[in-house]
Ligand binder design. Structure first.
Ligand code: ADP
Ligand code: MG
Length: 480
């Protein structure tokens, strides 16, 4: 195994989050009744003409700019001819010689290490229909709803050397397209699909081995599994003196194995030619600049900002950027409270916890950002303790979002007691009752501190300020 190096390149299709198809005006949405979202254009009836969806071009430029690709000015579409049941036209409209984005790269991180993967190209194309296998009748049905839906294909250089790198890269790409708002990145619904090209070469070789394409992978973890399984299969072939055949294999999610699908067609088989029904699409500098001026911050750039400007730890920053809506929620809290670290700990702690418990996204949280800001503020100004705030008050607030934080604090009667004299009195009572423990503490059993603090808190019915209790107990126990 160690004598071989895997070489992996990915071809990723993302379905653009658009109302209309790539070259036709009808809508598409996942899960619609089969064959209800089609048109004469998508089915290529004679006499119909495709027109380019400009919004799809915007999205392609947007991704290209985010990846630092060169944007092509003169774009031609091409027909890729092949016969397949789910392809109503007998060809797919794609881009061949003039992909809209050339080159570029994506930065990602793997186990805290910064990595870069270069891209070969990103081009626009239309999707094919979908074959639906009916397990009961063993019929194969065709749904043309998806035919004509706008896609971008992202082709990477064969620079990936392990399944972990492929996984981490794909994760980052998904996050980027979600941040840009151009694709929902949902692999299970097929909005993001990843075909893998895999070869292995011996460690001292200068030349790549024969590649095999593995398709039909429907989840992030299956990408990892498919790659590992294909690497192992190729190494075994080579070790037993056999050769790796050029082919396309399909990943089987049930067995976790790959199976032969078809022999690899050569490029010339597709008989590409320029699509005669679509004139050259010219992308001007103004068009590009306009999109550039609206480009949102990308996850890795945001992470840097959180670490450098907000002084968050690498870990906290990584958790916050994971989900764009959580990050936006955090940002809007930060516009109200300037203690960014405390706010971050609230978001990744009690708030994420509450969302998980209620199975809600942050956008569905019934409580407003202002209420959460008031809640955090009430802890910062010592009105209530953190534990009361993050459990009792937050819990009550999500059940009664119509209440203000002040009202909830009053209703629950949880105003924190900061009266030092009162806390001191409680502390002396506790130290008096636990005389023996106090001696043990003074003889070095420092872990007993928690017991005294806990007792004082209990006697204040949880209302004493934990910070002041801590200070008072330490002071009283160390002085006689
Ligand atoms: P095709 O059009 O046949 O799919 P491309 O030239 O577009 O071929 O390459 C497709 C993918 O194959 C790219 O992602 C590239 O990185 C990858 N690739 C090319 N050569 C190899 C190889 N020897 N091993 C693994 N992947 C490879
Ligand atoms: Mg290709």
């Amino acid at each position: 195994m160690n004598c071989y190096v895997p070489v992996i390149g990915l071809e990723i299709h993302i379905q653009l989050a658009l109302k209309h198809k790539m070259f036709a005006p009808e809508n598409f949405h996942f899960g619609a009744i089969p064959n209800t979202l089609t048109s004469a254009i998508s089915l290529a009836h004679p006499g119909t003409l495709p027109t380019v969806n400009k919004k799809a071009v915007d999205y392609a430029i947007c991704l290209g700019l985010a990846c630092g690709s060169k944007i092509t000015h003169e774009n031609y579409f091409a027909r890729k001819n092949y016969f397949y049941t789910d392809l109503p036209k007998g060809y797919q409209i794609t881009q061949d010689k003039t992909p809209i984005c050339v080159g570029g790269h994506i930065n990602y991180s793997l186990n805290g290490e910064d990595k870069v993967l270069n891209l070969i190209r990103i081009h626009m194309e239309e999707d094919a229909g979908k074959m639906v296998y009916d397990n009961v009748s063993s019929d194969v049905r065709i749904d043309f709803n998806r035919a004509g839906v706008a896609l971008l294909e992202i082709v990477t250089e064969p620079e990936i050397r392990s399944s972990d790198e492929a996984y981490a890269f794909l994760h980052e790409l998904r996050r980027i397209v979600r941040y840009l708002g151009i694709c929902d990145g949902n692999m299970e619904n097929g909005s993001l699909r990843c075909d893998t090209n895999i070869s292995v070469m011996s460690k001292d070789s200068e030349e790549y081995g024969q590649r095999v394409e593995v398709k039909n992978i429907n989840s992030m973890s299956n990408v990892k599994m498919a790659i590992e399984c294909e690497i192992a299969r190729q190494i075994q072939l080579l070790q037993s003196g056999k050769i790796v055949e050029p082919e396309t294999r399909a990943f089987d999610a049930v067995t976790g194995d790959t199976k032969h699908m078809r022999k690899k067609e050569t490029t010339t088989d597709y008989r590409y030619f320029v699509e005669p029904d679509i004139p050259c699409l010219f992308v001007s500098d103004e068009w590009i600049d306009n999109i550039k001026s609206h480009l949102p911050l990308l996850p890795q750039v945001y992470k840097k900002k959180l670490i450098e400007e907000y002084h968050l730890s690498e870990y906290v920053a990584s958790v916050l950027i994971e989900d764009k809506s959580i990050l936006m929620f955090y940002e809007s809290l930060c516009s109200k409270i300037s203690d960014y670290i405390t706010v971050a700990n609230w978001v990744i702690g009690p708030i994420k916890g509450k969302l998980n418990e209620m199975k809600l996204t942050v956008d569905e949280l019934p409580v407003s950002t202002q209420q959460i800001a008031d809640l955090i503020g009430a802890v910062l100004n010592n009105t209530i303790s953190y534990s009361i705030a993050s459990q009792d008050v937050l819990g009550y607030l999500v059940e009664h979002p119509e209440c203000s934080v002040q009202e909830v604090i009053k209703t629950l009667d949880v105003i924190q007691d900061c009266d030092r004299d009162y806390i001191e009195k409680l502390t002396f009572g506790v130290l008096d009752e636990y005389k023996n423990k106090v001696i043990e503490y003074r003889n070095g059993k420092k872990g007993l501190l928690g017991l005294f603090i806990g007792e004082v808190m209990k006697r204040s019915k949880g209302k004493a300020s934990p910070k002041i209790v801590n200070e008072v107990v330490l002071k009283c126990i160390n002085t006689d």
